[in-house]
Design a binder for this molecule. Structure first.
Ligand code: NDP
Ligand code: HSE
Length: 435
């Protein structure tokens, strides 16, 4: 006998929400069989009731602008939040969780800013909080981190988690275009939003990095803990230089466990453009795809790849969560809440271990190379390779270092900037993935 319906309130009916409605309708029979009860959308909260939503397969009378009123209704079991932003989403979800309602959300910004408030409310209300869609869209990634890998110890997560910037960098790599031209193409094709700041300045990837680090290292990590640089300063010359080195440039999110000489553990979390060798598994991730490379002690290296954005792929992840929380409800249970017992310290960016690729223009005369090399040596940064090309009385130098503390590398570059033999520092990029 089929059980009574699991009743769903949908907050938001835009790019993702509308696809949730469609998939839920089109796959109703299968979802009912998988859950053991039908899913019924009892209300949809939006900002503009009168907005044209095409031929959505849903009764128009269930739309409301009163999200909080909808959440509080007695006939709501599960709340799906696909509105985005910090407030009022936080207030809504805390209210729902405290009342014991299951929550499925794709809201990476809120989870990265104040995921703790949601987890606390879930624990208080004895409710499920699922958010697979918040990082890397359709890719099943958070469930493996929060369940499958809980018997292991993750040491590093390296990912391409922003589709827009990956499209731009891939396009710069394949066509030789500059950043502005590639961004224009991304906008024309609908990858980049009208205001692309969150993507190109790395805020979106930073939020995802915080969520990944929290799950991988059992520690609360917020967006404010993440070192962040975007891709707006990456030039066609940088991309060409990377190509000359057999590398490509990607916007990477890197969350790593570090262990001091005295055995104390900490975590560093950063988002920035970096050169990676073309042989690295992430180098071949093109277009607007996402991929995340996880290194765990027992499992070894794992790679997760797929579509990180878009209404339908993201709705797939949302619905997977809806099935999971609905099954839990029917079984009268909920998943273990947040695992943040490790409480690892967050290391500052200056302590991160990385390599630099520095392009600089210098005067071409005797002793210049040794002066430049002396600055690297002074900061205990070892040079791996130097390439020089002369142009009249000037020369271009491309120096790639061995690994060193980021603070030492930054101090080296800062001192180079002040040498009178250095005409300009054309670019400074981190190099990852071939240590
Ligand atoms: P959209 O902007 O397309 O949709 C937002 C929806 O929220 C709209 O239906 C809007 O109403 C509604 N809304 C906005 N403010 C309110 C409010 N105050 N009260 C009630 N409803 C409101 O966003 P997306 O669908 O693209 O994204 C939704 C969430 O999913 C975000 O958290 C985003 O980060 C996340 N996400 C999105 C992905 C994507 O590819 N788009 C991928 C992964 C995650 P109305 O329709 O009336 O304007
Ligand atoms: N703007 C994001 C991206 C959407 O480009 O990846 C998915 O979070």
């Amino acid at each position: 006998m089929t059980k009574p319906a699991v009743r769903v309130a949908l907050l938001g009916c835009g790019t993702v929400g509308a696809e949730v409605v469609r998939l839920l309708h089109d796959q109703a029979e299968d979802l009912t069989a998988r859950i053991g009860a039908p899913l019924e959308i009892v209300g949809i909260a939006v900002r503009r009731i009168g907005r044209d939503r095409g031929d959505l397969p849903v009764d128009p009378s269930i739309f409301t602008t009163d999200a909080l009123g909808l959440i509080k209704r007695d006939d709501v079991d599960v709340v799906i939040e696909v509105v985005g932003g910090i407030e009022p989403a936080r207030t809504w979800l805390v209210e729902a969780l405290r009342a014991g309602k299951s929550v499925v959300t794709a809201n990476k910004a809120l989870l990265a800013e104040d995921g703790g408030a949601l987890h606390d409310a879930a624990a208080e209300g004895g409710a499920d909080l699922y958010y697979e869609a918040a990082v890397a869209g359709a890719i099943p990634l958070l469930r493996p981190l929060r369940e499958s890998l809980h018997g292991d110890r993750i040491n590093r997560v390296t990912g391409i988690v922003n589709g827009t910037t990956n499209f731009i960098l891939s396009s710069m790599d394949s066509s030789g275009a500059g950043f502005a031209e590639a961004l224009e193409e991304a906008t024309a094709l609908g990858y980049a939003e009208a205001d692309p700041t969150a993507d190109v300045e790395g805020f979106d990837a930073g939020a995802k990095a915080a969520i990944l680090a929290s799950l991988a290292f059992h520690t609360r990590v917020t967006a404010a803990d993440v070192y962040r640089e975007g891709i707006t300063e990456v030039t066609a010359a940088d991309v060409a230089s990377a190509r000359d080195m057999g590398s490509t440039i990607k916007l990477l999110c890197i969350a790593a466990r570090t262990v001091d000489a005295d055995g104390a553990e900490s975590v560093s979390v950063r988002v920035h453009p970096a050169m990676i060798p073309r042989s690295h598994p992430l180098a071949s991730v093109g277009d607007a795809y996402n991929a995340v490379f996880v290194e765990a002690e027992a499992a070894g290296q794992l790679m997760f790849y797929g579509r990180g954005a878009g209404g339908t792929p993201t709705a797939s992840a949302v619905l997977g969560d809806v099935v999971a929380v609905s099954r839990n409800r029917l079984a009268g249970t909920w998943a273990p809440s947040e695992s943040a017992y490790a409480k690892l310290a967050i290391r500052p960016m200056g302590d991160a271990i990385t390599r630099y690729h520095v392009s600089l223009d210098v005067a071409d005369r005797a002793g210049v190379l040794s002066q430049v090399a002396g600055v690297f040596a002074k900061h205990d940064v070892s040079i791996a390779t130097v390439r020089q090309a002369g142009h009249g009385d000037e020369a271009s130098l491309v120096i790639v270092t061995h690994t060193a503390r980021d603070a030492a590398l930054a101090a080296t570059v800062d001192e180079l900037r002040h040498l009178d033999i250095v005409r300009s520092i054309a670019s400074v990029l981190r190099v990852e993935g071939d240590d």
